[in-house]
Design a protein around this ligand. Sequence first.
Ligand SMILES: [Mn+2]
Length: 316
Amino acid sequence: MRNIKLVEVRSEIAAGTRGASLGIDALKIASLDKTSDFFTRFDPINVPDANNFLWRGNKHPNAKYIDGVYQVLRNVHNTIESLRMDKIFPIVLAGDHSTAAGTIMGIKAANPDKRLGVIWIDAHADLHTPFTTPSGNMHGMPLAMCIQTDNLDCQVNEPGEDTLQYWEKIKKIGGDSPKINAEDIVFISVRDTEEPEDYLINKHGIRNFETAEVRQKGVAQIAKEALEQLKDCDQIYISFDVDSLDSSISVGTGTPVPDGLTVEEALQLNTELIKDKRVCCWEIVEVNPTLDSENLMAENAFDILEATTKSLVDNF
Ligand SMILES: [Mn+2]
C-alpha cells in the first residue's frame, strides 16, 4: 500500500466569500454522520494559514491579500515538497483553490526533472493574473502562477508596485521556472471563463472535456482520454474543485455554476483517474458549509473523497 498522508490547508483568504476554511471540518462532520472511520486511518498534517490577514483589510485590489496568500503558498510548498521527497502520497483537503499552486510547486520542487501534468476538474479555468482579474480573488489565479504567466496581452488592470512584488515572489516559489507547461493542463467541466482565460486556453491549446462530452462518451472514456492527453508526463496531480459539480448540488461552495457534473460522475471520474500509477497527489477544495444546506455539499464531497482514496489504496 502506498504511504498516504492527509494534508489540511484551512486557507480562505483567496476566495471571494467567507467560510471555505470551515470546509475541512464540514468533511469531518460528514464522515461522523456517515459513521466512517476515514479520518482515523491517516495521520493529518496541518499547514498554517494566513486567514488573520482578513482582519487587517485588503491593500491589493487586483490580488486580494496577496501578502497572506504568499505566506500560505510557501507553507504548502514546503509541506508537499518534503512529503514527496519521502515518496508519500498527499491527499490535500483545502479551502480556497489558490493553495493548489503551492501543492504543484511542492511536487515540482521534490522532483524538478520529472514532467508534471495537471488534471483540473473545476467550473473555472483559474488562469487569471493580477493584470486580468475582474474580482481580485486569487483563487482564480493558481494555474497562471504555475505556468508563470502575466498574460499582458489581455491586460485590463494596473496593479500597484507592492502587489507586483508579491506576484513575482509567488511565481518563483520553488524555483524561477514554470512548474508545468500550459499544454500539460487538462480541464474537465470548465464552463465559466473570462476572455483573458479563453485567450490562454486557445493560445496553448489546453484541452477541456466539457460536461456534455463527459456525459456523451462516459466517464471511463474521458478518464482514458485525459490521461492519454498527458502521455508524455512523468507525474500527474489531480485537483478537484467541488464547484465542478452542478450548481443544483454544489450549493455549499463560493461560486456555483450550472451545467456541471453529477456526484456520481465526479466520483467515478476521480476513482478512475487515480488508478494511473503516475498520479502522485490528489486534492479537493472549496467546500463552504456557511453557504450550504444541511451540510449536503460536504456529504457529497466526502463520498467522493472516501471513494477516491479507496481506489488509490486498492489499486496499488
Ligand atoms: Mn477552482
